[in-house]
Design a protein around this ligand. Structure first.
Ligand code: AHR
Length: 309
């Protein structure tokens, strides 16, 4: 298991002073969003005076489970993690609960019905994000009757944002039969896979009108594939993505992406606040929702210079 950043990694012993010790297991470094999220958590822990034990799971659930067990052994005060996938957390979270260590879910939910396994879940509503993407598409093709062929680049299989962004989008577009998802495959939330999968879509699909990518990075990889195929992204193929990281917003301002649904990675300050409250024995809400917006190319141009990530 690779540790990075923070004051220590998951293999070291717990803090010996009065500082709160937070064990945090991150998904990995698959996207620009994730890099910004890691930075937000590390910087906020430092400014909140919290001793952060940061562990990078490199996209593997087994590494996250090992990290959580290590945090339990070290007797950290609070454990937080962003689950790689939704299922399979019951056993290890029960171990944390039995050890009396509170757990906070950040960014992604789990599908365990036992909500007593964690104190709160802070993050976005991914279904709502998928619906916003679908709403834009419906409006864009309002009054038109020709079939609209859509290809979809899904996030990591089994991850909450992949499941929910697909579901939310599908729910909106199913109302009009002209929208057809002609191909849908994972691009693992990475630029490399987004490009490779888009290359296969371009070869196998005779007509692609729209690309819906579950994050900016996959969309940016797909743009490379589209340009290499001699087509104009944003014009020949309309592109919708999720996240609104700086590279995505740049492509949006250039008209290569048509619409971005924001997903904020800046969860650090709220997380540290929740960690302090939990440690203090205060009651906190079971769900803390992140506030987000959407961007058109014109709106991207207005905010790009001030975009922090
Ligand atoms: O869980 C949030 C998602 O994970 C982001 O949208 C994506 O870019 C990241 O990899």
């Amino acid at each position: 298991m690779a540790g990075c950043g923070g004051s220590d990694d998951a293999g070291s012993s717990g803090g010996g002073d009065d500082k709160i010790t937070l064990g945090f297991s991150q998904v990995g470094a698959e996207s620009g969003w994730r890099t910004a999220n890691t930075k937000s958590i590390q910087e906020s822990a430092a400014s909140a005076g919290i001793d952060l034990k940061f562990s990078d799971a490199q996209g593997k659930q087994e590494n996250q489970i090992k990290a959580i067990r290590s945090f339990i052994t070290q007797r950290v005060d609070v454990i937080a993690f962003s689950p790689v996938v939704e299922s399979g957390w019951g056993t290890v979270l029960k171990e944390a609960k039995d050890a009396g260590i509170p757990v906070i879910l950040t960014d992604r939910a789990i599908d365990d019905p036992d909500t007593s396994l964690y104190k709160t879940f802070i993050g976005s509503d991914f279904v709502a994000e998928g619906k916003k993407a679908g709403d834009w598409l419906v409006k864009e093709y309002e009054g038109k009757t020709d079939p609209v062929n859509i290809v979809e680049l899904q996030g990591t299989p089994g991850a909450a944002p992949a499941n929910d962004r697909k579901a939310g989008f599908g729910d909106v577009i199913k109302a009009d039969p002209k929208f057809k998802v002609v191909a849908s495959q994972t691009g693992q939330f990475t630029r490399t896979d987004g490009k490779a999968v888009m290359e296969t879509f371009l070869k196998s699909q005779p007509k692609i009108d729209v690309l819906y990518a579950h994050n900016d990075d996959m969309g940016l990889g797909a743009i490379e594939a589209i340009e290499a195929a001699g087509k104009k992204p944003g014009t020949d193929i309309k592109i919708i993505t999720v996240d609104a990281v700086k590279d995505g917003m740049t492509a949006l301002s250039e008209g290569k992406i048509n619409f971005i649904v924001e997903c904020s990675p800046l969860l650090g300050p709220q997380l540290m606040d929740l960690v302090k409250k939990v440690q203090d024995g205060q009651t906190i809400p079971q769900r803390v929702l992140t506030e987000e917006t959407t961007f058109t190319p014109e709106q991207a141009k207005e905010v790009l210079a001030d975009r922090k990530y």
